[in-house]
Ligand binder design. Structure first.
Ligand code: CAA
Length: 705
């Protein structure tokens, strides 16, 4: 199949890359671009050459799937040698070669454009080197050409941050030469013709940076490395980017390019890169639900309502308002509403103080939120999200009300974090429109939305929720209706191990430190102090009332004892830690916790012992993987990748470890299984291997084989 077209327009060879959806540089695209450019050079009918993308974009980069083929550094070196030579051949074209950019020129796409003599772009185009987000460095000359074109500081920012820049900024930085406001191809042909007539050709690789720019660039490399110590803990790729750019500043182009290729080869084979590439595809895969086809009709969400103006309800209302959707926010009385609105206002004030919103934008957004104590107007909304207290009877009666006060095709979503969606569905009287929309705290910040499918949830409600999630800036993942759904069901096992490790001899500080060093933004105890110890305690009370527990195995009594003492966490000024004041984040160790741990250990006949950091990571990640395997086997999650996305976006599981299931594969499932068996022998039968784990190990496979 031809992926690159060639035609002559007004004396200019137009080379069009047409590899939908994003013109990724598959191997044949590279070679066809090469052939077409050389054809243009040889074609007497062409005085210049324009390279342009078909469809909605220029080139979004190398084909990320193809990196799987680079098994060894030698494979990688061979492949990139060919790419570098190809780009040099393009750059050596004897006629002006112009990249005409619309949509995105990312990664290899921007590198192709930099090997052209000139770059022009539409005003809303974006250019970037996002490779670092895939755990690699630009591998097609980007670390060598971009500093020559835009200066080392700009190249460092773009390549270590990965964020694309808009055309006007790219113009100011010298990355592009002109913005075209009219038709891009027409503008490109005119631009290329003018350059041909002026006999102008500019090769980026020949730009020589003045000595003072090199010195400043080297200083910027050191400063970037120092800054990365704070922002890139546990990562290699951002530092590798600096190494490659530094090589470009100190070595001639060809030698710098060899260094870039070596660094690329090292990175592409790393677990960090494999994990990040895995997540790139897993994040896109979650939107594909096997029995909900792409063409399932969806409902347009024009107006929304939220019931419950507490922390979660307020955050959910903010999500709608931020997306420009008017939202009614209901609570039982004026005082509760006023508290809710005041919290929302405080949140926006923080956003404003960070320069992310102007005062005017805040007022416009706040104006989309209408507080109310009645159901007036609920007959006009397209969706209601219930965010009342986590209490089955209260939620059921809320759904019974919603079934009456809303229009017949209104979607009814529950923000419950654990309770049975099917019971709300029955209470509402129209179960096909009921599902869970489980947001994560703080709801206006965390990107995960668990979309919980009940027994009778209709496909339209699911497809609408997936589309809505995107509109609200969330990553929607469809999960089944088991207790705690996927995120909190697995979290119960994570927390069980954290509590038991504490009773066995580790400290709250040690466990939190080890897990933050592993890459989580906050450890289990710090997280509970933020979320509220009362929340978990109330869920446990409910479970006790129906004769269940959250996780198999012994349940530590310490969290309930803290609850009884009124130590709910940050909000009460004490929880697992002591805080300066209620609401403060400044925490100190509280010896009381150690006393409680000693007491509980004595009661359970445990002799407390020093626990090493490795055991903490192993126990907690093994508990997650084993329960994740059960979730998969019971079909409450569609794919292991869905669980990984849930953990990355819901709890900040470190991206460079790929999520709990991918991480288990990198540890090796035989090791994971042997740990489960070892823990079973040491601690008891509640450490039972998930059948899927045993089957995979027996078959010599991982979750992802
Ligand atoms: N390779 C392979 N597939 C890609 C791809 C790539 N570089 N970029 C996007 N796709 C695929 C996606 O997987 C998705 O496939 P499905 O429809 O099958 O799920 C499809 O293209 C559309 O992508 P999105 O859903 O992400 O579409 P969007 O409109 O929301 O975003 C985008 C478009 C901004 C280009 C986004 O896809 C993106 O950021 N892509 C990756 C850009 C990137 O990282 N480029 C660097 C690659 S590495 C490199 O180039 C190394 C080098 O130096 C040579």
């Amino acid at each position: 199949m031809t992926l690159v077209r060639y035609e002559i327009r007004d004396g200019v060879a137009v080379v069009t890359i047409d590899n939908p959806p994003v013109n990724a540089l598959a191997a044949s695209v590279w070679s066809e671009i090469d052939e077409a450019v050389q054809r243009g050079v040889a074609d007497a009918a062409a005085e210049a050459i324009v390279l342009i993308g078909a469809g909605t974009t220029f080139i979004a980069g190398a084909d990320i799937k193809a990196f799987e083929l680079l098994k060894t550094p030698a494979d990688s070196m061979a492949r990139s040698e060919g790419t570098h030579a190809l780009l040099k051949r393009m750059e050596d074209a004897s006629k002006p070669l112009v990249a005409a950019i619309h949509g995105n020129a990312l990664g290899g796409g921007l590198e192709v454009a930099q090997a052209c003599h000139f770059r022009i772009a539409t005003r809303n185009a974006k250019v970037g080197q996002p490779e670092v987000m895939l755990g690699i460095v630009p591998g097609a000359g980007g670390t060598q050409r971009l500093p020559r074109l835009a200066g080392a500081a700009m190249a460092l920012t773009m390549c270590t941050g990965g964020k694309p820049v808009a055309a006007p900024e790219a113009l100011a930085a010298g990355i592009i030469d002109q913005i075209v406001d009219g038709d891009l191809l027409t503008g490109a042909i005119a631009f290329a013709t003018a350059k041909a007539r002026a006999r102008e050709i500019r090769k980026v690789r020949d730009i020589v940076l003045p000595a003072d720019a090199v010195t400043a660039g080297l200083e910027a490399c050191d400063a970037t490395r120092a800054a990365l110590k704070r922002t890139a803990k546990g990562l290699r790729a951002p530092y590798a980017v600096v190494d490659a750019i530094e090589a470009g500043l100190t070595l001639p182009f060809d030698q710098g390019s060899v260094r870039e290729r070596e660094i690329f080869a090292e990175c592409v084979a790393s677990t960090e890169s494999k994990a990040l590439r895995h997540l790139f595809f897993a994040e896109r895969e979650v939107a594909k639900v096997p029995d909900v086809p792409k063409d399932t009709p969806t409902k347009e969400i024009r107006r929304a309502a939220v019931v419950g103006a507490g922390t979660m309800g307020g955050g959910i209302a903010m999500n709608y308002a931020n997306a420009g959707i008017p939202v009614l926010l209901k609570d039982v009385d004026q005082a509760a509403l006023e508290r809710g609105i005041a919290t929302i206002r405080r949140n926006y004030a923080v956003t404003m103080s960070k320069g992310k919103m102007t005062a005017e934008q805040v007022e416009q957004t706040m104006a989309l939120i209408t507080p109310t104590t009645s159901y007036d107007g609920f007959d006009q909304v397209d969706i209601v999200t219930e965010a009342v207290f986590e209490d089955m009877d209260l939620k059921k009666s809320t759904f019974a009300d919603l079934g009456k006060v809303t229009g017949p095709d209104c979607i009814l979503a529950s923000n419950s974090s654990t309770l049975d969606i099917d019971q709300f569905a029955s209470a509402s009287g129209r179960p096909s429109q009921v599902l869970g929309h489980h947001y994560f705290s703080p709801a206006n910040v965390m990107k995960l939305l668990e979309i919980v499918r009940g027994r009778q949830t209709g496909k339209e409600a699911i497809a609408t929720s997936l589309k809505l999630a995107k509109k609200l800036g969330k990553v929607g993942v469809v999960v089944g209706n088991c207790f705690g759904f996927v995120a909190n069901r697995m979290l119960a096992y994570y927390m069980r191990e954290a509590y038991l490790l504490l009773e066995e001899g580790a400290s709250v500080e040690q466990i939190d430190r080890v897990l933050t060093e592993f890459g989580l933004p906050v450890g289990p105890f710090g997280m509970q102090d933020i979320a509220g110890i009362d929340v978990g305690a109330r869920i446990r009370q409910y479970l006790k009332s129906i004769g269940k527990s959250r996780a198999e195995g012994p349940q530590s009594a310490i969290p309930d004892r803290l609850f009884e003492m009124g130590r709910y966490g940050q909000k009460t000024g004490a929880g697992w830690y002591k805080y300066d004041a209620p609401g403060s984040r400044n925490r100190t160790t509280d010896p009381l916790i150690e006393d409680l741990a000693n007491e509980e250990a004595r009661k359970r006949g445990i002799v407390r012992r020093p626990i090493n950091d490795e055991e903490i990571v192993a126990r907690i990640t093994t508990a997650l993987a084993n329960e994740g395997a059960r979730v998969l086997e019971e079909k409450f999650a569609t794919r292991p990748g869905d669980i990984d996305v849930i953990y990355v976006y819901g709890f900040g599981f470190p991206r460079h470890r790929g999520g709990p299931m991918f991480y288990a594969d990198t540890v090796g499932l035989p090791t994971v299984l042997s740990r489960v068996n070892e823990y079973r022998a040491r601690f008891g039968d509640y450490w039972e291997p998930a059948p899927m784990l045993e089957k995979l190990v027996a078959a010599g496979r991982g979750f992802y084989d």
